[in-house]
Ligand binder design. Structure first.
Ligand code: ZN
Length: 675
């Protein structure tokens, strides 16, 4: 494998429309922190950057909903995110943000460089426009039904259900998130990166050149490339973002996915004037840590951008993880179905490493995984307390008891001692191999095996019995046990930095480098260690119940909020545009070859009209005959399964999704106006 002089590590920029949750941590930030801490321990030149992603439509929608400016929204979440990362020991060299001036400059420069090389296609295309709100509808301003999986709340840029990347015009029944109106198509000019022309390069670079990438990453890239790549717009009609830096581009900004990855470069620039060697020198190893929803952007689009710019290196690896679920359900910011880092840090004070441990031990590296509070408790009590905490405590207690806390002299080693020392070397190698191959679960398991090895060594040599008959032998055993404790502080540092520090405090040791791991003289004879202190405390059932109840309350709340208040305020005049009246169903039949549709004839008092209604799953034709209904009369006629439908029957949908007629509570004449 190629030897690199330095490492440039990036972690996906968290989106500044909400705090960070355990899914983000398990997928991106904890694995990258382990990787970087390990490299630093080995004395490598490594620079690790991250920052808040502060542009894009969800931010503007949130600002609108909360009646704030987009800047207010990102300021708030940037601070929360930054602080919670810091408190968890996530050791970025810099945590920047994309609303920073340096980022706007960097993104503009890169756009201009590509543009000057004619690297973009300028195209006028038809885009959805909301004529009520008088604005173009980019990305999440549009929702509709996903053409791939049928999910009804897909966004104009992506379906969150099946993960497909979409363009707004592909959505079925598209509607504006601003006004709820049905949008119309209107021409607008944009800049496109012709991804299709990068196909040969991507094939060679990824499909031939990076077969070592994780199968989920490689597979997704291959499927994208095999499907055939299309030119992709890098600009949007929006007023929040990095303005397109050319003339006559008013009202247009860089697409958030064009500017966000450039944020890595801007952050590096902000951190050091000597940034170019990290980004432009071929002896730098660039690694992107991301979640699986970002694979296409980091493996296809960003490399194509960098290639188009021409002076940057490309990533050596993109170790994307799958998703972490919570108690069997997909984590969701909008449904508040998450364990929020800033809340965890308050509710579990000084237990940063417990979360780091559980999220690594259970990391979704090869498949989606589930976080449960029961598992959290079990891993703390049965592994951290019972294995790691127990070993260190025994060593410190016995050393204090037998030798007043002074490291005893080591005599001649016998077979069982040598075996243990050999085993430490093996564990070290396994951890190195696993970390370097981005297998952090495996690496943590191996690191914990060092504590297991220590326990086993004490259990087999039984110094507490031997002390009565062979004091000299016990000195050797305890000396080795103390060296194992010191080695634990090294091997655990990438994973559990707070614990590693605590072990060093207890044994009163300085910081050790990675390469000293397994040395038999980390602590010299007569070195004075400290008093015993517990590294971990048991987590009680009541603490877990509290968390589970919190989630159950969220679940209840989500049920009650079936009616999402997503529609914008309207005026009375708007309401008056609706002509709603009473009517009676006088004929009804099932529409052939459909599950949901009934064809109804409705007496509206002034006429008899045909309405196609999607109620057949809940009512038979016989059941609805003679029913009094409320009908929207002035809805533009629509052809449904070849039948012209003139109006819409109003229905209420209950929690379970069942439909109910909405009608006058007493029998009245047909044609009464509802207002
Ligand atoms: Zn879908």
């Amino acid at each position: 494998m190629k030897d690199f002089k330095r490492y440039m590590v990036t972690s996906a920029l968290p989106y500044a429309n909400g705090p960070v949750h355990i899914g983000h941590l398990a997928g991106v930030y904890i694995p990258s922190d382990i990787y970087v801490r390990y490299l630093r321990l080995r004395g490598k030149d490594v620079l690790w950057v991250c920052g808040s992603d502060e542009h894009g439509v969800p931010i503007t929608l949130k600002a609108k909903k909360e009646n704030k400016s987009p800047q207010d929204v990102v300021d708030k979440y940037h601070e929360i995110i930054k602080k919670s990362f810091n408190d968890l020991g996530i050791s970025f060299d810099i945590y920047s943000r994309t609303s920073a001036k340096i980022h706007h400059e960097t993104a503009s420069e890169i756009f201009k460089t590509i543009n000057n090389k004619n690297g973009f296609i300028e195209k006028t295309t038809e885009q959805y426009y909301d004529s009520e709100a008088k604005q173009f509808l980019a990305d999440r301003y549009i929702t509709g039904t996903c053409p791939h999986c049928g999910y009804e709340k897909a966004y104009g840029d992506q379906c969150e259900k099946c993960g497909s990347s979409l363009s707004a015009t592909e959505l079925i029944n598209a509607k504006s998130s601003v006004s709820g109106a049905k949008p119309e198509l209107k021409p607008t000019k944009h800049w496109f990166l012709p991804l299709d022309t990068y196909e040969p390069f991507l094939k060679e670079w990824i499909l031939e050149g990076h077969k070592e990438w994780k199968p989920n990453v490689y597979g997704q890239c291959k499927s994208w490339i095999d499907q055939g790549l299309q030119p992709r717009a890098v600009s949007r009609d929006l007023d929040w973002g990095v303005p397109v830096p050319v003339e006559n581009a008013d009202g247009k900004v860089l697409y958030v996915w064009f500017d966000a990855p450039i944020g890595y470069i801007s952050a590096t620039k902000e951190y050091t004037n000597d940034w170019e060697k990290y980004w432009k020198s071929p002896d730098s190893k660039l690694v992107h840590f991301i979640g699986k929803d970002n694979i296409v952007f980091h493996c296809i689009i960003f490399p194509a951008m960098l290639k188009a710019e021409g002076s940057y290196i490309l990533p050596e690896n993109v170790p994307a993880n799958e998703f972490l679920n919570l108690e069997g359900d997909k984590i969701s910011t909008s449904r508040n179905w998450a364990v929020w880092l800033h809340e965890y840090l308050v509710e579990f004070e000084d237990k940063q490493d417990v979360l780091r441990y559980v999220l690594t031990a259970n990391a979704p590296e090869t498949k989606d995984n589930d976080f449960t509070w029961k598992d959290f408790q079990a891993r703390n009590n049965n592994e951290l307390v019972a294995i790691l905490g127990n070993f260190v405590n025994r060593v410190v207690v016995l050393t204090n008891k037998y030798y007043d806390g002074k490291v005893p002299e080591r005599n001649e080693l016998i077979g069982e001692d040598q075996n243990v020392l050999d085993e430490i070397k093996l564990i070290k190698e396994k951890v190195e191999y696993s970390i370097e191959n981005f297998r952090f679960r495996e690496a943590l398991k191996e690191a914990m095996n060092l504590a297991r090895l220590g326990n086993k060594y004490l259990a087999e040599t039984e110094p507490w019995k031997l002390i009565k008959t062979d004091e000299e032998r016990v000195k050797t055993i305890m000396n080795i046990a103390i060296q194992i404790t010191a080695s634990l502080s090294v091997i655990l540092e990438p994973f559990l930095p707070f614990t590693s520090e605590n072990i060093r405090k207890i044994i009163r040791a300085e910081h050790f480098d990675w390469d000293t791991l397994g040395d038999t003289d980390l602590l010299k004879t007569d070195h004075q260690i400290g008093k015993p202190e517990l590294l971990f405390a048991k987590i009680e059932d009541s603490e877990i119940e509290f968390q589970v109840n919190k989630l159950l309350a969220t679940k209840e709340q989500n049920k009650e909020e079936v009616h999402e208040p997503v529609k914008n305020e309207i005026t009375f005049e708007d309401f008056q545009k609706l002509d709603i009246g009473t009517g009676k169903i006088i004929e009804a039949e099932k529409v052939a070859k459909t599950k949901k549709l009934l064809k109804l004839l409705v007496d509206t008092g002034v006429d008899k009209r045909t309405v196609v209604s999607g109620i057949a799953e809940f009512f038979t034709a016989e059941e609805v005959l003679g029913k009094q209904v409320s009908i929207l009369l002035n809805l533009a006629p629509r052809k449904i399964k070849g039948i012209e439908s003139q109006g819409m029957i109003l229905m209420a949908e209950d929690k379970s999704g069942k439909l109910h007629f909405v009608a006058s509570s007493s029998e009245i004449n047909n044609g009464a106006q509802i207002r």
